[in-house]
Design a protein around this ligand. Structure first.
Ligand code: NDP
Length: 334
């Protein structure tokens, strides 16, 4: 059973790839270059047990270019689409965030519809960003569920700040996927995974100099960059291993559904407190947790994902503890 995993070099994708291989799936990963394919292959070679052919690659330099996936989808049984830009400081919202997110999604779906009618299931990595109403801020007393949609308009997103534009990009991409399913009634069913900030252990081929955006968000609290915890813009988290498991379980589930996958709420002051405890040698560089007051925020409901996918979400302690230990290991490797 061959699954196409787009953006196989990413932080979240590395864990999905590991889960898929452990569950016995063959995987074709899309990456932007042969050099990246080599790195990803090396990182996962211990799971291939001499059967290197279980992991192959298709080179897709830009997911948003017309026909990007037309070859990559051929002969696959299913698709997990993770590739999408996750950056919060960009030059041009439309060029750097909105268009790649939306077109990357419509390209993979259109390619499956046209060239891979055998595919029965597509799972897309969306985000809590497509659920959250960024204009309402902390929104104390409200609990977000899969029934909520980020209401931002495309015009607003074009000129919004980076984090808001990123959230919008995920929202429009996910909407485009559901619209396609509704309009075209394709052969496949769709599931979307909507995690908030994803933290946890990094893959072996990660680099401390080029951390993915969410891992960098933790690293700045242990390397002396941040002097206080600061306001937590997105006060909910998910462990990357649970997010990976959710993708595989959702792939194996027949329902068309969105899944809000989360371990619950958190604030940066909690992260600082955990880092100080887990890494005493770093304690002097970690901001004083009490330098930023705890604020009341919205809640997040993982009930649907827990019940339907059977996932017991990890707590913050385990998630951040393993994240920072792996960041130390990356630092030591240089
Ligand atoms: P990474 O930056 O580690 O991974 C992003 C992946 O997408 C990389 O493989 C990257 O390739 C690829 N990619 C991005 N833009 C393009 C493009 N235009 N053409 C080809 N490939 C592209 O981030 P994450 O692992 O964190 O993110 C993975 C997914 O999870 C994204 O869809 C993101 O929105 C979503 N997500 C992440 C959260 C988090 O906190 N980390 C929270 C919620 C959702 P390359 O490595 O070559 O740049």
């Amino acid at each position: 059973h061959l699954i196409l995993l787009t953006g196989a070099s990413g932080f979240v994708a590395a864990h999905i790839l590991e889960s898929l291989l452990r569950h016995g799936y063959d995987v074709r990963g899309t990456v932007r270059s042969e050099a990246t394919a080599d790195k990803v292959r090396k990182t996962h070679s211990h799971l291939l047990e001499g059967t290197q052919s279980r992991l192959t690659f298709a080179i897709v330099p830009d997911v948003a270019s017309p026909g990007a996936f037309n070859d990559a989808v051929k002969d696959v049984d299913g698709v997990i689409h993770t590739a999408s830009p996750f950056a919060v400081e960009v030059e041009d919202n439309e060029r750097d965030l909105l268009q790649p997110a939306i077109k990357g999604t419509t390209e993979i779906i259109q390619a499956v519809h046209t060239y891979a009618p055998q595919v029965k299931r597509i799972v897309i990595t969306s985000s809590f960003a497509s659920i959250l109403d960024t204009s309402l801020g902390d929104r104390p007393g409200y609990t977000y569920t899969e029934a909520d949609w980020n209401p931002i308009s495309y015009d607003e997103a074009k000129t919004a700040d980076g984090p808001t534009a990123y959230c919008a990009s995920k929202n429009f991409a996910e909407r485009a996927a559901w619209d396609f399913v509704e309009e075209k009634n394709p052969n496949f069913t769709l599931a979307t995974i909507c995690p908030p900030m994803v933290y946890g252990p990094l893959q072996d081929d990660a680099s401390i100099a080029h951390l993915n955006t969410s891992s960098a968000d933790i690293y700045r609290l242990m390397n002396g960059t941040s002097k206080e915890p600061g306001h937590t813009g997105f006060p909910a988290f998910a462990d990357v291993r649970d997010v990976a498991e959710a993708h595989v379980k959702a792939y194996e589930h027949p329902n068309s559904s969105r899944y809000l996958t989360t371990g619950g709420n958190f604030q940066y002051r909690d992260v600082c407190e955990i880092i100080k405890r887990v890494l005493p040698a770093y304690a002097s560089k970690v901001p004083d947790p009490d330098a930023t007051e705890r604020v009341e925020t919205f809640g997040v409901d993982n009930g649907h994902a827990s019940r339907e996918l059977g996932i017991g979400f990890r707590g913050l302690e385990e998630c951040i503890g393993d994240a920072v230990r792996s960041l130390v290991a990356l630092e030591e490797r240089g």
